[in-house]
Design a protein around this ligand. Sequence first.
Ligand SMILES: CCCCCCCC/C=C\CCCCCC(=O)SCCNC(=O)CCNC(=O)[C@H](O)C(C)(C)COP(=O)(O)OP(=O)(O)OC[C@H]1O[C@@H](n2cnc3c(N)ncnc32)[C@H](O)[C@@H]1OP(=O)(O)O
Ligand SMILES: Cc1cc2nc3c(=O)[nH]c(=O)nc-3n(C[C@H](O)[C@H](O)[C@H](O)COP(=O)(O)OP(=O)(O)OC[C@H]3O[C@@H](n4cnc5c(N)ncnc54)[C@H](O)[C@@H]3O)c2cc1C
Length: 664
Amino acid sequence: MEALDYHAEERRKAEFNLDEMKIVWAGSRRNYELSDRVARLVASDPVFRKDNRTMLTRKDLFKDTLRKAAHAWKRIIDLRLSEEEANMLRSYVDQPAFTDLHWGMFIPAIKGQGTSEQHEKWLPMAYKMQIIGCYAQTELGHGSNVQGLETTATFDPQTDEFDLHSPTLTSSKWWPGGLGKVSTHAVVYARLITGGQDHGVHGFIVQLRGLDDHLPLPGITVGDIGMKFGSGAYNSMDNGLLRFDHVRIPRNQMLMRVSQVTREGKFVQSDVPRQLVYGTMVYVRQTIVSDASCALARAVCIATRYSAVRRQFGSQNGGPEIQVIDYKTQQSRLFPLLASAYAFRFVGEWLKWLYTDVTQRLQANDFSTLPEAHACTAGLKSMTTSVTADAIEECRKLCGGHGYLSNSGLPELFAVYIPTCTYEGDNVVLLLQVARFLMKTVSQLGSGKKPVGTTAYMGRAEHLMQCRCEVEMAQDWLKPSTILEAFEARAVRMSIACAKSLGKFSNPEDGFAELSPDLVEVAIAHCQLIVVSKFLEKLQQDIPGKGVKRQLEILCNVYALHLLHKHLGDFVATGCITPNQGALANEQLRLLYAQVRPNAIALVDAFNYTDHYLGSILGCYDGNVYQKLYQEAWKDPLNDTVVPDGYLEYLRPILKQHIRTARL
Ligand SMILES: CCCCCCCC/C=C\CCCCCC(=O)SCCNC(=O)CCNC(=O)[C@H](O)C(C)(C)COP(=O)(O)OP(=O)(O)OC[C@H]1O[C@@H](n2cnc3c(N)ncnc32)[C@H](O)[C@@H]1OP(=O)(O)O
Ligand SMILES: Cc1cc2nc3c(=O)[nH]c(=O)nc-3n(C[C@H](O)[C@H](O)[C@H](O)COP(=O)(O)OP(=O)(O)OC[C@H]3O[C@@H](n4cnc5c(N)ncnc54)[C@H](O)[C@@H]3O)c2cc1C
């Protein structure tokens, strides 16, 4: 018997080859096959069930997380999965866990900041999970300002050890994931002090708990910081607190790639830039951009499928009502998010390439592209996570009342996702880093130093400051060079205007602080330009499959023109376009939405998400939403009994009070 599919008609409407689009989304046929296999493996395993987790108490949820992590590890070993497959498996399990920090930060920190001897000693144990580690940087008093951390690591030449100490309450480590209850080790960031001199913040490998009894080692106070936002969600993670009372570690546990301390206690700064101490953050910010496209795609998939099932108003002669996806307002809210998911996917791919490139250069002692890698990872992390967090909430609203049900999957996705706007660098703080980079680039324009990479367009500032947009008809906005020039002109004009305003301040730092809201806008304009330009570059590639490239062109135009519409004030105020050209862009956008419409369901099918991973009744593949909602309601614990617990104590006395009152 053929399976029921409420979306069958929608799927028939698609004007492109879905299988080829799946490959474009996955990045390659190989990636597609790997991720498809691993996603199904997870979805079919009852241990990885997650439909009940919002009902669990914190303790039960945490134990369930430990159970899943242990089971995942067993599957990884038994099936001899590669590192890439293992990472995929953990991400499809879709439950924040200490393993994210062990594999995602502890190991990368040792790899990036440790010497080859330190790699040899620590990495084999970490890879086998004989030790489990976390990344302990943030403190109660300081997170963004890393240079303000207070924990000290004082070298004692007598014993050849560091003495780790938390001198104040605010120096307590606070937030590290996996620290609270699991990690046996941590990379701890502390101020290095030798001979009474403070050399700033460095990383140290510190054992926290006994490997036999899991008890904190002497001098260490460690625990969980408490419940976080939402039910289920990030509460599966044991974000922790940590204090040191003169804990001793051997000298060779300082991560010594960037700087060294000799046996005599001499501090040696190598020719590697000190910013490499921040290298793990650059790595993780890069992964967060790719993850943003996954989270956004997930929310959009749910909202799109549900919008095709849901009908409201407009029935004629007893016929069906209108599918809400056919309302132009629904399309103008949903389709830019669909386009953004694809845009973030491609910029994430490019950022991964950039990161790999900078890593190879660093190994060859070429540090020239580090500032750009920092600016791109910081800016794109900030922009993509802010958009995605807002988009998940918008998708909830696009699903009307049912979007607010836990089993729509959207509340939990929102609760898990929103801290990405804060962790790995607060989004505003990171945009200000991008702004600094841009202001520096502008200040060097007259010096003969040619801007390269993502700021190469600034080298054409003279042209971009005075060029005029040539759009006369709506369809002129479909020309890639027209779109690109409008975004470049807007970014360069905003940057130069800010640089000029900064020049009016006698103290540049005062100017930077005063103008910081404008500088944030400049950074956003630059990041949006990067995303648009990388989408356009993607379209230069040979993309096989009937209609696939055409769909991507439509999505790219939707992405760019919706941004132009949203930030029309910037484009018009900087004289990049006229108000009339802005209106033509909006007209073209409406035409593009009509072209997306028949392909919408297939475009979200291309994400290839299993129902298990989506975790949403509204987004399930077959679209059988109402029956599933109805069945699911009866599974709620409140429906275990017809009359609720508490009726006799609390309800009945109220309900019966009129009888007593009447008798009085
Ligand atoms: C399993 C698969 C993998 C999946 C991976 C998943 C991982 C797990 C996922 C989720 C779990 C949650 C993880 C969350 C973990 C955390 O949150 S860890 C803590 C993160 N903390 C932060 O991000 C702190 C943010 N603050 C900073 O980064 C810095 O302090 C600052 C950049 C804001 C300022 O630093 P400061 O030293 O004061 O710098 P400045 O004076 O502003 O700049 C000096 C120069 O250094 C340059 N620079 C700054 N940062 C970097 C960098 N990272 N790389 C390269 N260069 C950098 C800066 O541009 C300045 O340059 P100039 O002197 O040339 O202007
Ligand atoms: C779920 C979660 C997991 C985490 N995991 C880890 C982990 O594993 N390891 C770890 O070490 N840390 C971790 N953190 C900590 C995290 O990295 C920090 O919270 C983050 O870097 C933000 O720093 P903060 O909390 O000090 O924010 P603050 O800097 O105090 O920010 C507060 C406000 O001040 C503003 N602000 C701050 N500085 C400036 C400025 N210079 N200019 C303008 N505005 C400014 C910010 O924009 C924000 O609005 C985690 C945090 C969370 C929420």
